[in-house]
Every structure is written in C-alpha cells, then in structure tokens.
Design a binder for this molecule. Structure first.
Ligand SMILES: Nc1ncnc2c1ncn2[C@@H]1O[C@H](COP(=O)(O)OP(=O)(O)OP(=O)(O)O)[C@@H](O)[C@H]1O
Ligand SMILES: [Mg+2]
Length: 423
C-alpha cells in the first residue's frame, strides 16, 4: 500500500529557519579536580526542553527546573514527585496522561488551578507552552503567551515518548491499553488525529445514549430515521480513525520488528497485526465506510438488545504475536519487556522520521528493570540524540559514564534541588 510522506504532514511549526542557539551553560572551573566533566548537551538537531515551571501541579507548589544536559536523572525516594514531573512533560506533549488522571487529580489538593509552563527549543526557534488545568472547569492551552483555541494547534509543538513500568500492560493487558497507546502516538504524528478521535467519541457517546434509551422497545419510524443518522456519522468518523490507525501501524511495525530481532538476537519472530472491528479491504475510504455500515446491519439485533454500539474502532485490537503465539501468553516477563522496549524504540524512531526532530524520551523507573544487556541496547540507541529524563530511586544501577555526563536532580516532597552528592 502506498505510504506517501505527505500523509503525515510536518509538525505544527513547519521546518523553515535554522536558528538553533546554544544554551548558556556555566563552565566548570578547570582548575578544580573532582568536578564532573562538562555535561553533554543534546545533539544540535534535537528538540530541547530548556525549562519547566510547575505551579500547584500534583505535589509541586511552585517549582522551576532548568534542564542543562541531554540526560537528566531525577533521583528520590518513593512518592516524592519524580513521576509527577514526567507526567507534566507528557501532558504538554500529548495533552494526555498515561496514568489516565482527571484534571481534578492533577491540580494540587486544596487548590483550584494548576499550571505547567515550559520553554522549548526547536530548529524553528523557541516556543513557550502553557497548560492550565482547573478543578471545576475546562483546561486551556497557550503558545507564546497567546491562547490557542484548538488542541491540535498545541499538539505537535513538543513531542515525547514515555516509557514506564505501566507500559508492560501493552503486552499483558487488554486491547484498550493498546488502542490508547496507538492513539497517543498518532496524536503526535498527526495532531489533527486528536480532533478526528474526539469527533468519533462524541458520535459514539450519542449513539450509545440513543441505544440505551431505546433498548428493548419497538422503534417508531422517527427513531429508525434517527438511528440511521447516527449510523452514517459513526461510519464516517470511525472510518477516519481506522484508516489512520492502519497507516501508523504499517509504518511502526517494521521498525519495531527490527528492534525486536536485534534485542532478542533474532531468536524470536515478532508480528504486529491490526485487527480492526471493521474489515479494511484495500483501505479506501468509501470501501471501509460501506463495510462499516454492513457490519452495523449484521450486529443490529445484538446492539438493540445490549443497548450499546458493538461496531467501530472502540473495539479494535492490535495483536502482538511472538513465534505465532499471542505475546501475552508467550514467554517470560523479560521477553515481554523486550517487546515493550522494541515498541518504544520504534515510537522514538517513527516520530523522529515523521516530525523531523528527535522527540524527548521519558524513562520512568524502567532502567533498573532491564538487564544490563537491554539497558545497554537502550542507552546505545539514545546516546545524546534524544533529550532524556530518567527517574530512579537510586543511582547505583547507572553506568558511571552515564552519571558523569548527566545532570542529576534530587526530588524530595515536591521540591527539586541540584545535588553534588557523590554516589
Ligand atoms: N493532586 C495532588 N495534590 C497533592 N499531592 C499529590 C497530588 N497528586 C499526587 N500527589 C502526591 O504526589 C506523590 C506521588 O508522586 P510521584 O508519583 O511523582 O512519586 P514518585 O517520586 O514517582 O515515587 P515512586 O518512586 O514511588 O514512583 C504522592 O505523595 C501523592 O500524594
Ligand atoms: Mg514514580
């Protein structure tokens, strides 16, 4: 199937000028021994988050952080705010939290408003991003101090891939987690997808409400007409979702399979299959739409009985198969981790290819869970190409070369400090 480059567009900022400015780093005095070597800066073409400011967000009351190296390690005990900081970055990138938190959970206890703002440097220049979350009202976003009405104009400014222990659910959990993972990736590849998904979900909610309301009763002709309208809208908006999911997986799968065979030493054969709720055929819009309507017809009786929509991308599955066996039934935890690592590396690479700049990588507590070989695979892949934020409870598991080239920040009870402690 043809996968023209144009299908993805370019990030919201375009790729015009080339005004990369080096951050002004304090130089360590050369005369003093025992100081760490100069921190490694992110690679010149990398998206670079320079600073973030959290106000009344989770357990942070008012905290500014400046990122001064390609790699930042956030170290602290449990429940101090390490993951919260990564979550803030993830929210700026995707307007989603993989913890599925509601806005009122994100706002600091006892407060009405939370704000995350950040300064980001890209090839095209510096952008200031602000997300304001409210306990009782809708969130709002601003770019360079100006309110942005459409979410899709904010998405795509900052890109990030999050990798946490929760991601093991991609392999072990149900299809919903895999759909949500693919959707989050698609939002970054193609911000308009956020709008497409929103439209589909809105139609789905309304159609479900209608089916629930009319459950087990004979339709009036007016109700039949009403349902036909919902059917058509469901098929139109759902087709847009399905086609894009298929396209993204077409591009992601070969990259993930490559990583997987390199990490597993080619002993395992990975397949990633899209199993949409509606047959795709050749993936032409009209064809998919017709298949959609046909399938709704087939399931009409069951839908009326159950009072809910049984056909559509909310029922899609993404099959992860290793050596002809579903990955969730296959193999050890280590093998499942290898698969998740391959998927994450593929996400990084695909976003970089499509957007034109390497995204941020957010590693929440995962390094310690990987064996030394897989740790090295990951670290080799990252090098200084991706700005990386890493959380850990102890620095012991880090390679000393890594520690020397990283900025180390200490997180304690919602406060972040530079630390000179030697571990
Ligand atoms: N809305 C909120 N208001 C105030 N505090 C909050 C809010 N939401 C979460 N917290 C607090 O944030 C802390 C958890 O932070 P976080 O998940 O970042 O911990 P962590 O440092 O990543 O710990 P771990 O090592 O266990 O993963 C908890 O103490 C929790 O009570
Ligand atoms: Mg955590």
């Amino acid at each position: 199937m043809g996968m023209g480059h144009g299908a993805w567009g370019i990030g919201a900022l375009g790729m015009g000028s080339n005004s990369y400015i080096l951050p002004n780093l304090p130089q360590p005095p050369q005369s003093l021994p025992h100081l760490p070597p100069l921190l490694h800066l992110p690679h010149l073409s990398t998206m670079y988050l320079k600073s973030i400011h959290l106000r009344q967000f989770r357990n942070y009351t008012d905290q500014k952080v400046e990122f001064k190296a390609a790699k930042t390690i956030l170290v602290g005990n449990n429940a101090q705010g390490k993951s919260n900081l990564l979550e803030a970055v993830e929210l700026l990138a995707t307007l989603r939290s993989h913890r599925l938190a509601r806005d009122r959970d994100l706002v600091q206890d006892g407060e009405a408003i939370a704000q995350i703002s950040a300064s980001l440097e890209r090839k095209t220049g510096i952008s200031d991003l602000t997300l304001t979350l409210r306990r009782q009202a809708r969130r709002t976003v601003a770019l360079n101090g100006e309110a942005v009405r459409r979410q899709m104009d904010f998405l795509g400014v900052l890109n990030a891939v999050e990798f946490s222990s929760l991601d093991l659910d991609l392999v072990r959990g149900g299809p919903e987690g895999r759909r949500s993972w693919l959707d989050t990736l698609l939002i970054q590849l193609e911000p308009v997808y956020a709008h497409i998904l929103q439209q589909y979900n809105q139609v789905l909610r309304q159609r479900n409400a209608f089916l629930k309301h009319t459950q087990d009763i004979a339709f009036t002709s007016q109700q039949s007409e009403q349902l036909a309208v919902w059917d058509a809208q469901l098929a139109t908006t759902g087709t847009r979702v399905i086609r894009r999911r298929e396209r993204a997986l077409q591009r992601l799968a070969p990259i993930a399979i490559n990583w997987h065979s390199s990490i597993s030493g080619s002993t395992e054969n990975l397949q990633i299959k899209y199993a949409p709720s509606v047959p795709l055929g050749e993936n032409y819009p009209q064809q998919v739409q017709q298949a959609f309507l046909d399938k709704i017809q087939q399931r009409a009786v069951a839908e009326l009985r159950q009072g809910t929509t049984l056909v559509g991308p909310h029922r899609d599955e993404i099959e992860l198969i290793i050596n002809q066996t579903p990955a969730r039934q296959y193999g050890s935890q280590g093998q499942q981790r290898t698969l998740v690592l391959a998927l994450k590396l593929a996400e990084l690479q695909l976003i970089e290819e499509v957007v034109g700049e390497p995204p941020l990588l957010l590693l929440d507590d995962v390094l310690a869970e990987l064996d030394p070989y897989r740790q090295n695979q990951l670290l080799d892949a990252i090098q200084d190409r991706f700005q990386t934020l890493i959380t850990t409870t102890h620095l012991g598991s880090f390679d000393s070369q890594w520690l020397d080239s990283s900025q180390i920040l200490h997180v304690k009870a919602g406060e972040i400090s530079l630390t000179n402690a030697i571990y």
